[in-house]
Each structure stands twice: as structure tokens, then as C-alpha cells.
Design a protein around this ligand. Structure first.
Ligand SMILES: [Fe+2]
Length: 353
């Protein structure tokens, strides 16, 4: 990958990650967030009102045919590993023939987050326009997240549970981030994908006001909270219902990070393909976190969804195959590194707006 800045930059140690991986009591004081009340009221007159009332929205972002071409490129990436995967032969739709993934098809290793195909998706006008509407500015930076290629009829993947969660700390007040995924195949009720607890985003703050914020449960990042069955029941008692979000190829599914959600694998005939993209205003980035993002880009590391803070950058560690050994095909670098252009540099934070 072309080097974006001349001087190598060490990861910033002042990142939120350093601060908050220790559980803190009492809860941390967080500075007021400038966009906290942005989605309090449905005043927009378009799909953004659904972000307020339901906690999610579906927006056409990429033309259907082009989205299906992206799906094809994602499959070509998966086929490029010499592991024996053949999309025409379901007998090869097994871990032993596939690059290492989690939850039946979520890819984060192999520098996948920085493959050209994922950067092309991030640079799509329709994707950027949608996030520009979310925030009211088109001066945006993007997350470096991965994608999913979930094959149907997998029999070798155990059910990992639902993981009902929100990707926002319960210590935060109000709106903090809007997540997205670009759906790249026809995606109906049986085709796997995103489950959302409709209406939960509006109730989250009240829930924790009532029940307290005594601890937080997270696999790592600060902005994550897994909900217990008892916590979920409180939302059901207030009318919230689980909805499987269905979408066409090229639809961008957006959800408020306060919306409780989880992922389901396909149970029908079709594969589920998508990329996870989250954009936010560039001005929210501190200089330390900007340097950390440039480091992540140059080192082909992924981040979690929030592009501007709490950047969760892990050192490269090859993904492990099912026998516990590192996958020899994971070099930490993408097979097709992205071409760096003006838009990419701005979305990374290398170049100011
Ligand atoms: Fe999530």
C-alpha cells in the first residue's frame, strides 16, 4: 500500500481504549457530545425520521447491478485463497476450504478491511450522501470495518447465540453514532442479516437511568453493551419488537448505535453479502486519534465502527485456523490494496477538508 505520510506514527496512547478497558466505578464523566440531540425528534421529513422513531432506516445507495458486481468481487476474493472453496460445490462450503471468519461469514483478518473492493464501496457517492444527511455535513471520515459473506446451508458452524447488543456505551447520553451496512445480495426474511429491536434506541437511556450503570460488559471496545434476557424483557414490556431488516442489493441499512441488534445466518437458499461502513464528521477527530487512524490505514488494521474516537486498534495477529494454528495466508495485508486518491485520503483523515 502506498505510504500516506512520510513519518511513521506510533499509535496514540491517549486513545479511549487505554482509558476504558478497565471497568470503572463510578461511571466515567464523558464530555457533552455536540450531536447528542440530533435524532431526538422526527423533524427531517425523510428516512431520517425512521432513525428517530424506529432506530433504523433503509436507503438506496448503490445501483442494483453495481451492487451485484460488488458481491461478485467479494466472492472472487474468497476464491482467491488456495483452500479449495468452489462456489458451485456446496461440499466445499466449510471452514477448511474458507478463509478464517467468525459467526458463519464475518471477515476481519487478511487485511480484508482495506481491500480495494471495500474502499470502492466506501467511496460510493450514494453511501457518502446518506451519511452526509445523517450528520448534516459531507466532510466525513470512515470506519475501517470488514464485511460478511455468509453461505447458506452451512452445517459445520455451531450456533454462536444471538449476542443482542448495542454498539454504544450506556454511559453516553443521547445520539453518538450511526452505523451502516451496504447489502450486496437480495436479502429476504430467510436470507440472514440484521435483526433490530425496533424502538429500542429511544428507550435505552431511560432503561439505564432506572436500572443503573454499575458495570459494562464488552468483548473489548468501550462502545459496546451486551443485553441480558432480563434487560431485553424491559424493552419488550414497552412494545419493542424484533424485526429482520430485509433489503435489495445496493441498499444501505443504517441504524442508530443505541438500537439493540444482532446478526442471523441465512436459513434459506441465498448467500448473504455485505460490508460494514460507518462515517462521521471529520471535525470530531482529535489529532491523536487522527494519527492513530493514519497508522491503522498504513498498517492495514481494522477499526470498530466509531471512526472518530474509541478507536480499537489491535496489533496484527494472524487469524487462527480451527486447529489453532495461524492461517499461513493471513499476511495482514490486502490482496488488492486500495488506490489512494483524494477521496480516500479525506475519508482516512490524511488530508483535511
Ligand atoms: Fe453491532
Amino acid at each position: 500500500m502506498p505510504v500516506a505520510v512520510a513519518t511513521p506514527v506510533e499509535p496514540a496512547t491517549s486513545s479511549f481504549k487505554k482509558l476504558f478497558t478497565e471497568r470503572t466505578t463510578p461511571p466515567p464523566e464523558l464530555p457533552p457530545f455536540v450531536y447528542a440531540d440530533r435524532f431526538d425528534k422526527p423533524v427531517f421529513g425523510d428516512w431520517r425520521d425512521e432513525l428517530v422513531t424506529k432506530g433504523y432506516a433503509v436507503v438506496k445507495a448503490v445501483p442494483t447491478e453495481k451492487a451485484l458486481e460488488y458481491r461478485e468481487r467479494m466472492f472472487q476474493w474468497m476464491e482467491s485463497f488456495p483452500l479449495g472453496f468452489d462456489r458451485a460445490d456446496p461440499l466445499t462450503w466449510k471452514n477448511e476450504h474458507l478463509p478464517v471468519h467468525m459467526k458463519g461469514g464475518m471477515f476481519h483478518g487478511y487485511g480484508f478491511c482495506h481491500e480495494q473492493v471495500l474502499w470502492d464501496l466506501r467511496c460510493e457517492d450514494g453511501v457518502i450522501d446518506a451519511f452526509a444527511k445523517v450528520w448534516g455535513t459531507d466532510e466525513l471520515i470512515t470506519s475501517f470495518d470488514g464485511g460478511s459473506i455468509m453461505l447458506p446451508k452451512r452445517t459445520d458452524v455451531p450456533d454462536g447465540g444471538k449476542w443482542e447488543h448495542m454498539d454504544q456505551s450506556h454511559y453516553r447520553k443521547g445520539f453518538y453514532c450511526c452505523q451502516g451496512l451496504v447489502n450486496l445480495n437480495y436479502n429476504g426474511p430467510e436470507d440472514g442479516g440484521l435483526m433490530v429491536l425496533e424502538g429500542s434506541s429511544k428507550l435505552v437511556e431511560e432503561h439505564f437511568d432506572v436500572h443503573g450503570r454499575h458495570s459494562y460488559k464488552s468483548w473489548g471496545p468501550f462502545d459496546w453493551h451486551g443485553f441480558t434476557d432480563e434487560e431485553q424483557q424491559w424493552f419488550y414490556d414497552r412494545g419493542c419488537k424484533w424485526v429482520k431488516v430485509c433489503a435489495e442489493p445496493g441498499d444501505l441499512i443504517l441504524w442508530d448505535s443505541r438500537t439493540m441488534h444482532y446478526n442471523v445466518r441465512p436459513s434459506g437458499e441465498r448467500d448473504r453479502v455485505c460490508s460494514y461502513i460507518c462515517m462521521a464528521p471529520a471535525h470530531l477527530l482529535s489529532d491523536d486519534d487522527r494519527k492513530l487512524r493514519v497508522h491503522c490505514f498504513e498498517a492495514c488494521k481494522g477499526t470498530t465502527h466509531v471512526p472518530f474516537a474509541a478507536i480499537f486498534a489491535r496489533e496484527f495477529d494472524p487469524v487462527k485456523r480451527s486447529d489453532g494454528n495461524p492461517c499461513p495466508h493471513d499476511t495482514g495485508r490486502p490482496k488488492n490494496p486500495p488506490t489512494v486518491n483524494d477521496r480516500v485520503e479525506k475519508l482516512v483523515g490524511i488530508k483535511p477538508y
